[in-house]
Design a protein around this ligand. Structure first.
Ligand code: NAG
Ligand code: NAG
Length: 399
């Protein structure tokens, strides 16, 4: 039943697609118009609070557009709800959506990693809307979600991984998720980085090291959460990431985070604490807006970009550091139990993240977002053009 609804939603919204889709070529994102795409994103966590309702998205989308953002990363969506109206609001504002695949109920847990049919199907529902030993499970999620996307004949919605801010591991993770053939490799890699505390610089923040580590990297990379609140944020980090220092290797970043709460990283203050209604825009909002207004990298045209990039080798295991062997099989489940549609699905907006024109899907662990936790995980991010809408009659445990 829900699949029928999803299909219906797709077709209904097809005609209204307002923004180009995002595609990957080599190590860069491009719009379907052929322009390079850089992420100026902001994160909406609010845990269960951010519900992507029509009412709230109609308020927020214009504010996010005025901020200068072009991507919203959403921590979780409830795939049993219909998000079409909200996705339409984002799409109309030219904002793409990256959806984390995990939900409060379904996620890969670091201490007890598993990849089960129940989880797999729960994550697939999200697509329809739009500790190192856990790594193979996370990568299996990526592989199986790509298989689902292709089985359903969705457009090539980018599906990748977002890692926690684990300084000693990210290079290994980076290579691990990029290695292997197209069936198993992540479409992109992203990681959280909380090391730029104003005033700082490319070198002082350690951004020089992360830049160096992706020399010749063959898939897009971006920062999936950034922030520091020791001092007022001056957002010079944006100049580094989106400017000359890094924009030939990085595809932008997602600042943490939109709504103000106890941890003090927000830039919009909803007085009621649950992120509904009209927020008061904080000084950080205005400062970020000014900074982003000066940063519009154009990069290269897809037509002029023909890189020869070498795949990363899967990292060798190192006892106590990286406990995954390069030739360990992934615990993939494949597509058994899923049925391909009889007619190709159009990839328009209005459907799930997957179907959407938007950006990404990210699978990650169940830990909450933010700098104080190690919220690494498989991030099935779908960068799509503003869409996560699922028509669903299925409840979470109903697989
Ligand atoms: C891709 O790599 C995986 C893991 O090494 C392997 O099992 C699979 O057969 C490969 N697929 C193709 C199409 O080569
Ligand atoms: C957010 O708004 C509430 C209610 O208006 C106010 O009490 C609080 O101080 C504000 N927080 C910040 C950080 O501005």
């Amino acid at each position: 039943m829900w699949r029928w609804l999803a299909t219906y939603a797709l077709c209904a919204c097809q005609a209204t697609l307002a923004i180009p889709t995002i595609e990957i070529k080599g190590s860069k994102f491009f719009t379907s118009d052929g322009d390079q795409f850089y992420i100026k994103g902001k994160y909406s966590s609010r845990l269960n609070g951010y519900q992507l309702t029509r009412f709230q998205c109609n308020i927020d989308a214009p504010l996010i557009k005025d901020l200068g953002a072009n991507v919203v990363r959403v921590y979780s969506v409830d795939p049993t709800l219909n998000h079409d109206a909200c996705m339409k609001a984002f799409e109309d504002a030219g904002i793409y959506v990256i959806v984390d695949m995990s939900t409060p109920t379904y996620s890969i847990k670091r201490n007890d990693p598993q990849w089960s049919f129940e989880l797999r199907d729960a994550f697939a529902d999200v697509i329809d809307v739009d500790s190192t030993t856990a790594a193979p499970y996370a990568k299996a999620v990526v592989a199986d979600m790509k298989a689902y996307r292709d089985l359903m004949q969705y457009r090539k919605i980018p599906i990748g991984y977002s890692a926690a801010d684990l300084a000693n591991l990210y290079e290994l993770q980076q290579d691990y998720f990029a290695c292997g053939n197209d069936s198993v490799a992540a479409d992109f890699f992203a990681f959280n980085k909380y090391s730029w505390c104003s005033p700082s610089s490319f070198t002082e923040s350690g951004y020089d090291a992360i830049y160096k580590a992706v020399d010749g990297y063959d898939i897009p990379v971006f920062l999936s959460e950034t922030g520091c609140t020791t001092n007022d944020r001056k957002w010079e980090d944006q100049v580094a990431v989106l400017g000359r220092e890094m924009n030939d290797r990085f595809s932008g970043n997602i600042i943490y985070e939109w709504s103000e709460n106890e941890n003090g990283y927000g830039i919009a203050n909803y007085s009621n604490g649950v992120a509904t209604g009209t927020p008061k825009l904080m000084a950080d909002y205005t400062r970020l807006q000014s900074q982003w207004a000066t940063l519009s990298p154009t990069g290269v045209k897809a037509s002029a970009y023909n890189p020869s990039l070498t795949k990363r080798a899967c990292p060798a295991s190192t006892s106590g550091v990286w406990n995954v062997r390069a030739d360990d099989a992934l615990p993939t489940l494949g597509t058994s139990g899923w049925t391909a549609p009889t007619t190709p699905r159009q990839t328009g907006s209005g459907s799930a993240a997957a179907a959407a024109a938007s950006v990404t899907a990210v699978a990650k662990e169940s830990t909450p977002p933010g700098p104080s936790t190690e919220s690494s995980g498989v991030s099935s991010g779908a960068i799509a053009g503003g869409v996560v809408g699922v028509g669903g009659s299925r409840v979470m445990a109903g697989v």
